[in-house]
Design a protein around this ligand. Sequence first.
Ligand code: SF4
Length: 218
Amino acid sequence: MVQLINSINWACVLEPIIAEYGGKKIELDYETSFQLLVAVILSAQTTDKQVNRITPPFFARIREPKDMINISLDEIMEDLKYVNFFRNKSRFIKETGVILATKYDGIIPDDLTLLQTFPGIGIKTAKVVLSVLYDRPYVGVDTHIHRVMNRLGIVTTKNPEATDREIEKIFDTETKKKLHHPLVLFGRYHCTARKPKCETCKLQEYCKFYKETIKKPL
Ligand code: SF4
């Protein structure tokens, strides 16, 4: 009973940032579904800006999974050499493209578990891609979302994977459909790692970090 009285409706608390950032799209540039998948794979440990800087020449010749069949790994690495871990990422992209082209008719499967069996596709990448392509109720937890969720006190977790599991339990389907981009953008531009803009934050009154660190009780 006590727990019920004290429990916070986090979906309501997050409404202001959903309203502010909800209309925005993913900040990775792409035209085809496969290019989106490639961009999301490349964005691990790399900023979206850097991915967008290097993908135009690559995407000019790589549009669909079948384009991966005749391109060599060396050519891919040459195009992608300015992103972190480009060797592994190039190999993942090549192998995933070939599997999609030869076994899935070039279509990215709308299946979270199946997608995670592809080379280089973990839960975050799979959830981002499925939420963008198929409007699935998934939140792809990156470092921004992990930080924001812990600062607010919605979760107390040590890594993004644990945050992902908590999000699955805390929010309903409709809320999860709306959360991914707002949380990423809020973490990227407002609740930043080094200098969160707490003074102008609409979530202040609920935020554990703010209450414990910025506005300490007298
Ligand atoms: S009050 Fe500060 S730490 Fe809390 S969510 Fe807002 S910006 Fe982030």
